[in-house]
Write a protein that binds this ligand. Structure first.
Ligand code: DLL
Length: 439
């Protein structure tokens, strides 16, 4: 178990051979633990796999994948490899349909989780003497408690404010002088807007935003930072419940645009989302993660459905984590419109590249006719010259970027609904004459 006062490793293993040796050792140990656990799911999945044959990372593509459906099929405890007695926590993520996905944690798992979130915070420039205003939801969602334990492990004073209740958030931010704030990007933006409305923006000292749980573009980063008066650096944190929660990967303040995967605990691969074939470094595909060290409910080659790529070159001297691009969205959220594949984040990027586009938007896929149509509604920026020319420019930018025409509607700044808690929903389906954006 991680020593609660040991220094936090923010650089990773310098020697590539030593890193591969550590990962191989942990992978072999994981396969042996799964195969030897007596768990029927893993017995079946690993039938014919000899753990001692895992003698290099080249063995990885031969090992079976785990998918979300496996967690559903074995709900709630069927993927545990330790007795329930040895677990001390569970979290759950609510899917779009059916039962939630439950993930159990042992004491060791909670220690690993605290460790990787402490690393994430440290990479963002957070210091032990900081106050961390934690605006992620506490509860079954992993965001709140993940950042909470990470902040405590680093030595911060954690404010467990959770999501929602924007007025209270702003009051605490102001009164406690927190330099660090964690929240979803959409909620961070909402807080800044409210702070401006209430005239308290200048009294808030937040300088670092630890933002994740949703895909968000560079244009969104600009808008969040601008909304906070240019004083806040917005950084991206990634994770998912099935792996551990937040703290799988983190953007560093001195290496923007990429995430550092804590690859001594979470081994990344990129595969073709259709075929599952391993892709070479640099190519976009689906992120697959193996939990090398978790003990209660580890996973082998978990298909995250999240789209990214390994960034082999560049980086900061003296830091050695596997770097991946900021996430482009989920394979499952890809829209297919008139035969063209589109990730909603590409539409967000096309919108937010235009300085006259404001801070909020929604996408409607209109499926009433035989061919799906795309509609985009976005707020104008406060300084936009006029709606007509912005509409025209944005329509062209979207068509250029995604090769599909969209009907664009620009509306007044601040007129679209904001999300105070949970993950923002930006894509809506229209199947009858009820407008999903009405009301
Ligand atoms: O969202 C864990 C988390 C909490 C991450 C707080 C960061 C901050 P889930 O609810 O299980 O866990 O959702 C995981 O959210 O597979 C991605 O599709 C998406 N996601 C999470 N972080 C990012 C990010 C948490 N930084 C799912 N960028 C993942 C893009 C993200 N998508």
């Amino acid at each position: 178990m991680a020593d609660p006062i040991a220094p936090i490793d923010v650089v990773g293993t310098a020697d590539p051979e030593a890193k591969a040796a550590l990962q191989t050792h942990r992978l072999r140990d994981l396969v042996a633990r799964l195969a030897g656990s007596g768990n029927p799911f893993w017995r079946e999945k690993l039938a014919g796999v000899d753990p001692s044959g895992v003698d290099s990372l080249d063995a990885l593509p031969e090992l079976p994948f785990t998918v979300k459906q496996d967690l559903r099929d074995t709900y709630p405890t069927g993927m545990l490899i330790q007795p329930l007695d040895d677990t001390i926590r569970l979290h759950a993520s609510s899917g779009t349909s059916g039962k939630p996905t439950i993930v159990y944690y042992s004491r060791e798992d909670i220690a690993i989780w605290a460790e990787v979130n402490a690393r994430a915070l440290a990479l963002a420039g957070v210091r032990p003497d900081d106050t961390l205003h934690n605006g992620y939801g506490y509860g079954l969602f992993t965001g709140g408690l993940g950042l909470h334990y990470g902040g405590e492990r680093l030595g911060c004073t954690v404010v467990p404010v959770s999501g929602g209740n924007t007025a209270l958030q702003l009051q605490l931010l102001e009164d406690l002088g927190s330099r660090v704030m964690s929240a979803t990007p959409s909620f961070a933006l909402l807080m800044a807007e409210r702070a401006a409305e209430l005239g308290v923006l200048d009294r808030i000292r937040a300088e670092i935003g630890i933002l994740g749980a949703e895909p968000w573009s560079e244009g969104m980063r600009e808008r969040i930072q601008e909304a906070w008066g240019g004083r806040l650096t917005a950084l991206d944190i990634y994770g998912l419940s099935e792996i551990i929660g937040p703290g799988v990967a983190m953007e560093a303040a001195d290496d923007l645009g990429v995430l550092n995967v804590f690859d001594d605990h979470f081994l990344p691969e990129i595969v073709d989302p259709e075929t599952g074939a391993l892709l070479p470094d640099g190519e976009w595909g689906e992120l697959v993660l193996t939990t090398l060290t978790k003990t209660a409910q580890p996973v082998l080659r978990y298909r995250t459905r999240d789209i990214t790529r390994i960034v082999p070159d560049g980086g900061v001297d003296g830091r050695h984590w596997t770097r991946i691009a900021r996430l482009n969205g989920r394979a499952d959220d890809m829209l297919i419109i008139r035969g063209v594949n589109v990730y909603p984040k590409e539409i967000e990027s096309a919108l937010f590249d235009d300085p006259d586009v404001g801070r909020n938007y929604a996408i409607v896929v209109d499926r009433r006719g035989s061919m799906a149509e795309l509609r985009v509604r976005a707020e104008l920026g406060p300084d936009a010259a006029d709606a007509a020319s912005t509409t025209e420019r944005v329509s062209r930018a979207i068509a250029d970027r995604i090769r599909i025409r969209a009907t664009v509607e620009m509306v007044a700044a601040g007129s679209m609904p904001r999300t105070e808690a949970g993950k923002v929903k930006r894509v809506f389906e229209q199947v009858d004459d009820t407008d999903p954006l009405a009301g």
